[in-house]
Design a protein around this ligand. Structure first.
Ligand SMILES: Nc1ncnc2c1ncn2[C@@H]1O[C@H](COP(=O)(O)OP(=O)(O)OP(=O)(O)O)[C@@H](O)[C@H]1O
Length: 246
């Protein structure tokens, strides 16, 4: 069964070169960012997430909203297995694809073709799966002869094409994404958004971080609102979105 469970998850980032004199204002007067604090050993930390608990089951299409620095990316990274919690426990059951890390598995010196294989392998595809999907990935990227050039010679839109085509070649049980798809030219954006709709429709659990009301209401049935790394509200998409944008 596909399922995600977070139990009292906290993520701290130690900051070794921070000036502790600027730390007088521990009181949160602005809505931006996580809580800045000092640990017992004197180190400054930024608390990206604090005491976050929830369970996601099949059928949940969850949006994450919150101001800049509220903890959305940190939470996506915990769900994608990139960060482990400093405290608490995250259990992720199911095959998970994350579209948040465009550089995952990429070697800038290697060619596009080699990078398709590298990234696919990093995503957990077997050699047989990579062989099966390879032609589709190469074609969808539209990169033609550039596939034989080193990745470092690609423009940012071309890099995105390669990463996106590879990441979306398989239909994952859990899909984790944010809005990095906004780059790319019109032709690619259209094809990418069509493919995304297919994947979003068939994935068992979707987690999408976004500042866009429409994107959240179109794709999500549940929304979690983060503030200063904590859950402020978790409920039906329309209710949470309405409170947040109020
Ligand atoms: N590598 C890091 N080192 C130190 N602090 C970090 C690091 N990554 C994130 N943070 C802090 O953690 C908090 C949460 O950041 P996060 O990137 O999760 O926010 P966000 O909700 O995704 O913001 P945005 O909407 O601006 O993308 C912020 O206060 C940020 O300063």
């Amino acid at each position: 069964m596909t399922c995600i469970q977070l139990e009292r998850v906290t993520v701290d980032f130690p900051v070794f070169n921070a000036s502790s004199r600027s730390l007088k204002n521990k009181i949160l007067s602005v809505s931006t960012g996580g809580v800045i604090d000092r640990r017992n050993d004197g180190h400054v930390i930024v608390r990206g997430l604090e005491d976050v608990s929830f369970t996601l089951n099949e059928g949940d299409r969850v949006g994450l909203i919150g101001h800049n620095g509220a903890g959305k990316t940190t939470l996506l990274r915990v769900l994608a297995g990139i960060y482990s919690p400093t405290d608490g426990k995250a259990t992720i059951e199911g095959q998970c694809v994350s579209l948040i890390n465009i550089s995952l598995g990429i070697d800038p010196e290697a060619t596009g073709r080699e990078n398709i294989r590298l990234r696919a392998a990093m995503m957990g595809m077997s050699s047989a799966e990579i062989r099966r999907h390879y032609d589709d990935i190469a074609e969808f990227s539209g990169l033609g002869s550039f596939l034989d050039m080193p990745f470092r010679t690609y423009s940012s839109g071309m890099q995105l094409r390669l990463a996106f085509s590879t990441s979306t070649a398989i239909q994952p049980e859990i899909l984790i994404m944010d809005e990095w798809l906004s780059t790319g030219d019109e032709d690619f954006k259209d094809r990418a958004s069509k493919r995304l709709h297919e994947i979003v429709g068939s994935t068992k659990i979707l987690i999408l971080a976004s500042h866009s009301k429409d994107l959240l209401l179109d794709n999500c049935n549940r929304v979690i609102w983060l503030e200063h790394g904590r859950i402020k509200m978790d409920g039906p998409a329309d209710e949470v979105v309405e409170s947040y944008f109020d």
